[in-house]
Ligand binder design. Structure first.
Ligand SMILES: [Zn+2]
Length: 113
């Protein structure tokens, strides 16, 4: 039987709140907050055999032991998956940009109807 790791102090938004002692390595003792998911209707779903999984973007808090807190984005589509770590300030700027660009897309959609 493998010895468990000493628990880390979880961030308040961590879903587990157990210090992740069962992680294989200390660097795997990562806190994750609850994922907030947006399904992506313009991306092809991911297929594996008979299974089909919708493309989506998850957003959640993340903290690596001894590391920085981040807003973590994880996106998966039929083509690929990718992830990004942003500071809170970067995430807020991205949110502002998304709102501004979405407003432009709505104006463009009205114009070409
Ligand atoms: Zn945790």
């Amino acid at each position: 039987m493998r010895a468990q790791l000493d628990p880390v102090v979880c961030i308040p938004s961590c879903e587990d709140q157990d210090g992740h002692p069962a992680a294989l390595f200390a660097e795997d003792q990562i806190c994750f907050g609850k994922a907030m998911t947006v399904a992506l209707s313009q991306e092809e779903p991911e297929r594996s055999g008979d299974q089909e999984r919708a493309a989506y973007v998850d957003t959640y808090t993340q903290h690596h032991p001894g590391g920085q807190l981040s807003v973590h984005l994880y996106a998966t589509t039929a083509r690929d998956d990718m992830w990004l770590d942003l500071t809170a300030a970067e995430a807020l700027k991205l949110a502002d940009n998304l709102i501004a660009v979405a407003a432009l897309v709505r104006i463009d959609a009205e114009a070409i109807r």
